[in-house]
Design a protein around this ligand. Sequence first.
Ligand SMILES: Cc1cc2nc3c(=O)[nH]c(=O)nc-3n(C[C@H](O)[C@H](O)[C@H](O)COP(=O)(O)OP(=O)(O)OC[C@H]3O[C@@H](n4cnc5c(N)ncnc54)[C@H](O)[C@@H]3O)c2cc1C
Ligand code: FES
Length: 278
Amino acid sequence: MDKLLISHTGYEVKEATIVRTSRLTSQDKLFEIALPEGEILDFEPGQFVEVSLRGVGEAPISICSSPTHRNSFELCVRAVGRLTRALHRLEAGDNIGIRGPFGVGFPITKLIGHDLLMVAGGIGIAPLRSLINYVMDNRRDFGKVQVLFGCKNPQNMLFKDEITTWQQRLDVNFSCTVDEADPEWMGNVGVITTLIPNVDIDPENTFAVIVGPPVMYRFVIAELLKKGVPEEHIVLSLERHMKCGLGKCGHCQIHDIYCCQDGPVFFYSRIKNLKGAI
Ligand SMILES: Cc1cc2nc3c(=O)[nH]c(=O)nc-3n(C[C@H](O)[C@H](O)[C@H](O)COP(=O)(O)OP(=O)(O)OC[C@H]3O[C@@H](n4cnc5c(N)ncnc54)[C@H](O)[C@@H]3O)c2cc1C
Ligand code: FES
């Protein structure tokens, strides 16, 4: 029998179970989550859920697994505050609240048939991992696939084992850089924009997808435009303070858009003139 699909649950909190945890870095932990009674979370790469703990709080967290793996989903949580630190104290078997999925994900139907250049900075690799693994699982639907990933230092690098697997694949070009190397690091050193001039792309046929800290966007977009990527082929995910996830509270509002409902993923051409968006 088909499992029940849940899509937009609005205010309803589902009591989900942590199936497995693994530590990715000193600050980041990966959680595999299952919904009650075998329900399946019906989501797209780039969407997020609101994660809550009773008496502690609630925060938006991107789904970092691909929807092609349906029985559970994964969240990568960086311990920065009240809720995320409390989440880090949990282990397999503990329960958390889940609302969602929310927001607009990456425009997969538009990306299909094109070359992809995915650019991730820091924890931006978490939402992008959902898209990367979706693309890997549907590899024939896409042209040339390239991923650029930059982080502060090798100790901060998320998904190290998976990155090694991606780097070994012949049908994906994966390049990494760190801002500061350690003695064991054999790869590139420098900010992520230093990788872009050497990337070989057919700009008209390429969609660029960028996820990272706000400071990265302006510089990455400038390099992509220099390469000739059209503005309407640049896709990015914006992070804003969010509360309700439902377009009600206004916490995530930028002029006439609500990041939680209209985004977090936007075409650059849509938001480039919105003051304060990037
Ligand atoms: C769409 C979206 C997706 C996200 N995905 C992820 C994800 O995949 N993984 C992840 O780890 N995070 C993600 N985040 C970020 C996460 O939601 C926030 O970091 C969230 O605030 C964490 O909640 P918290 O209670 O742990 O921390 P908070 O207590 O909210 O603190 C978070 C940060 O804000 C600072 N802060 C808190 N209160 C104030 C204040 N009053 N004034 C100034 N600074 C303050 C804290 O010092 C800390 O650095 C995402 C956010 C969005 C919008
Ligand atoms: S988070 Fe409440 S309106 Fe977007």
